[in-house]
Design a protein around this ligand. Structure first.
Ligand code: FMN
Length: 175
């Protein structure tokens, strides 16, 4: 299978996840092209068997480069198999309210853009105070205190569950 992997990322975790998807696909016999979405204009997506887009939630929304890409390629996205990997801190853990919130955000995004992927995988992202400005540090400390009260707020921490992601990739790429 030939994949297109497009990603948006502010602090790097979605890019890391996108690269992991590429490595996983390659290691299991597939080929791929990977590109940041802000740099992915004028692509012929019909060259690919499948398109996977990876993007994080920041303050309840996906980045503009994702909605712009989806809107620009609306017609082509209906012609190929598409998957969406949504990256967030809400996906770390089992809080029912957090998961309802994630459903709302992805539903609103689908309604706004008209894009309905064949499957959506919610993946936990990372907490990275080393990359935040002062205001973001303040906001994220509050979120971390609720999400993971025992975590050190000064330390970067990855919540991505790589084996869950691999299981999802296996089910999709190597059924
Ligand atoms: C300013 C800011 C706002 C965020 N807002 C949310 C949010 O509303 N919901 C959520 O689940 N995670 C939120 N997160 C967590 C990010 O989704 C998580 O850190 C993710 O790994 C970021 O991906 P990136 O490194 O690819 O940018 C936020 C993070 C930051 C820095």
């Amino acid at each position: 299978m030939k994949l297109f992997i497009g990603y948006a990322s502010k602090e790097g975790q979605s890019r890391k996840i996108a690269r992991h998807i590429g490595d996983f696909a390659f290691d299991t016999g597939h080929s791929f092209e990977i590109c940041a979405l802000h740099d992915a204009s004028e692509l012929d997506l019909r060259r690919f068997d499948s398109v996977v887009l990876v993007a994080p939630i920041h303050v309840g929304h996906y980045p503009k480069s994702l909605s712009q890409f989806v809107e620009f390629n609306q017609a082509q996205l209906t012609e190929v198999d598409t998957r969406f990997v949504s990256v967030s801190l809400a996906a770390a853990g089992y809080d029912a309210e957090d998961w309802r919130g994630l459903d709302h955000i992805t539903q609103d995004f689908s309604e706004a853009t008209g894009w309905i992927p064949a499957d959506i995988m919610h993946v936990a992202g990372a907490y990275r105070p080393s990359k935040y400005d002062i205001l973001t540090k303040f906001l994220m400390r509050r979120i971390l205190a609720k999400k993971d009260p025992d975590a050190d707020p000064n330390q970067d921490r990855e919540y991505t569950n790589w084996s869950d992601l691999n299981a999802w990739l296996n089910g999709w790429l190597n059924p």
